[in-house]
Design a protein around this ligand. Structure first.
Ligand code: CU
Length: 181
C-alpha cells in the first residue's frame, strides 16, 4: 500500500515536471504579443493643443465691491476698466440689518437721480430698478450677507456713475467707474 502511494506520488511529480516544461513557453509569447498593444495605448495621440490665442479676445476684468457694514456706502468709490473689456463684477452686501439691502447699478453720466427715481416708483418686486437705456449694467438687490454679480462689456471711454437704487440710498451710495481708452 505504501509502495503504491509512492509510485503514484512520483508519477504525479514527473507529470507536473513535464507540464511545467511544456507550459513555460506559452506565457512568454502571450506577454510579447500583448506588448505592442500596451505601447500603442501609451502612444495614443493626445487631442490637439488648444488653439493659439492669436486673435486677441476682449480682456477680462474681475471687480470686487462691497457695502460698508450697516451703512449706505460702497467700500470702493472708484473702479477702472479698459474700454471693450468683459467685466465680471461681484457685489457683496456686508450689512447685517434687514433694511440694508443694496444693488449696484451702472448708469449714464448725469442720470443717477432719474434712474433712482424711476426705481423708487417701481418698488420692491422690481428690485427698485427700471432697466432702460440709461442703465448700463446692474447687480440686483442683494440682502445682508449675500453676494450678487453681473457680467457686462465695458462701455466707451468715460466716467460712469454707479449707484444703489434702494430707496433713499443713491445720494450717499455711489461711485465712479472710469473706462480707459
Ligand atoms: Cu443701498
Amino acid at each position: 500500500m505504501r509502495n503504491a502511494l509512492i509510485l503514484i506520488c512520483s508519477g504525479l511529480l514527473l507529470c507536473t515536471a513535464c507540464d511545467d516544461k511544456e507550459k513555460a513557453a506559452p506565457p512568454a509569447t502571450a506577454a510579447s504579443s500583448q506588448a505592442p498593444a500596451a505601447s500603442a495605448k501609451a502612444e495614443a495621440p493626445k487631442p490637439a493643443a488648444a488653439p493659439a490665442a492669436s486673435a486677441a479676445p476682449a480682456p477680462k476684468v474681475e471687480l470686487e465691491i462691497a457695502s460698508v457694514g450697516d451703512t449706505m456706502a460702497f467700500d470702493k468709490t472708484k473702479l477702472t476698466v479698459p474700454a471693450g473689456s468683459e467685466v465680471h463684477l461681484r457685489f457683496k452686501n456686508n450689512g447685517k440689518q434687514e433694511v440694508m439691502q443694496h444693488n449696484w447699478v451702472l448708469v449714464n453720466p448725469g442720470k443717477e437721480a432719474a434712474v433712482a427715481a424711476e426705481g423708487l416708483a417701481k418698488a420692491p418686486t422690481a428690485g427698485y430698478l427700471v432697466p432702460g437705456p440709461d442703465v448700463l449694467a446692474f447687480a440686483p438687490i442683494t440682502k445682508p450677507g449675500e453676494t450678487s454679480e453681473v457680467t457686462f462689456k465695458a462701455p466707451a471711454p468715460g466716467a460712469y456713475p454707479y449707484i444703489c437704487t434702494y430707496p433713499g440710498h443713491y445720494i450717499l451710495m455711489h461711485g465712479v467707474l472710469t473706462v480707459t481708452p
